[in-house]
Design a protein around this ligand. Structure first.
Ligand SMILES: [Zn+2]
Length: 274
């Protein structure tokens, strides 16, 4: 454990007050700029002298690739620990409910003191064109979460793309995965009518812990229709990597969602001890 269980509420409240000055302008900027090709939200907030850890880490957003329309796919690496966690803030453009959490996560990660134990890689948004247009797919109408080289990839379905990784956005995410070699992948989505956490690969225990802390129920993959070519199929089932998918309630308040999942997210990123 990383001290998140005892006094967790107190620590969280302290973290919250310390981070208020960091996160409010950060998220206000995010909300104002979401969808704009020139959106430049998180780095400004992270440059603010919120605390020593933020200053010391001096995080810099990098570009992992560009979308069909030329928008950057931005990636932030925080910490230098042995445990590698990859967080993907969104891949379906019409599911922006996790955007606030994505903007708030870097500050929370640093405030939680995880930099020595964990390297956290944040893909801000894998589908910036879709986000700008409010569409599930990218500018080529491909569902990027069906375009990964899973064994069950289905090239006969137009929305999957004709061949795996034939879209620049999925290639960029794939490159990040190959570079990071994550121990855990966390993907943000939203769902019509309910919210839950889902998992692929050896991540049942992680999903159950996430559920216990956040209150989001665990939904088994077997309860959904097949997802050929999805990140879960590719990383979880084919490559045996633990992956949890957080499905927030579609249309729900992004800031409240962050309050809901914050502690569970930090716990999952930290890992649960030996
Ligand atoms: Zn989705």
């Amino acid at each position: 454990m990383l001290g998140l269980s005892t006094c967790a509420g107190q620590q969280s409240r302290q973290r919250r007050s310390r981070l208020t000055s960091l996160l409010v302008p950060l998220v206000a900027s995010l909300v104002a700029c979401a969808g704009s090709p020139q959106a430049d939200f998180a780095p400004k907030g992270l440059e603010a002298p919120a605390n020593d850890q933020v200053l010391a880490s001096n995080p810099v957003w990098e570009t992992a690739g560009t979308s069909v329309k030329g928008r950057p796919i931005r990636v932030l690496t925080l910490g230098q620990g042995r445990r590698k966690v990859l967080y993907i803030g969104g891949i379906h453009g019409d599911e922006p409910e996790g955007a606030y959490a994505t903007a708030a996560l870097p500050g929370e990660f640093l405030a939680a003191g995880l930099s020595e134990a964990v390297t956290l890689t944040v893909v801000e948004d894998a589908n910036p064109d879709g986000r700008a247009m409010g569409t599930r797919g990218n500018a080529n109408h491909v569902d990027l979460n069906r375009n990964f080289p899973a064994k069950n990839f289905d090239g006969t379905v137009r929305e999957s793309g004709q061949t795996p990784l034939n879209q620049p956005e999925s290639r960029a995410v794939h490159n990040v995965i190959e570079k990071v070699r994550p121990d855990l992948v966390i993907a943000m989505h939203s769902w019509d009518g309910r919210q839950f956490v889902n998992f692929d690969g050896p991540a049942r225990a992680i999903a159950e812990r996430f559920s216990a802390t956040s209150g989001l129920p665990v939904a088994e993959s077997t309860s959904f229709s097949a997802t050929p070519g999805s990140l879960g199929s590719y990383l979880g089932r084919d490559r045996g990597l633990p992956l949890i998918t957080i499905e927030l309630l579609k249309g729900s308040d992004p800031e409240r969602n962050w309050e809901l999942i914050r502690d569970a997210l930090i716990e999952a990123i930290a890992g649960y001890g030996p």
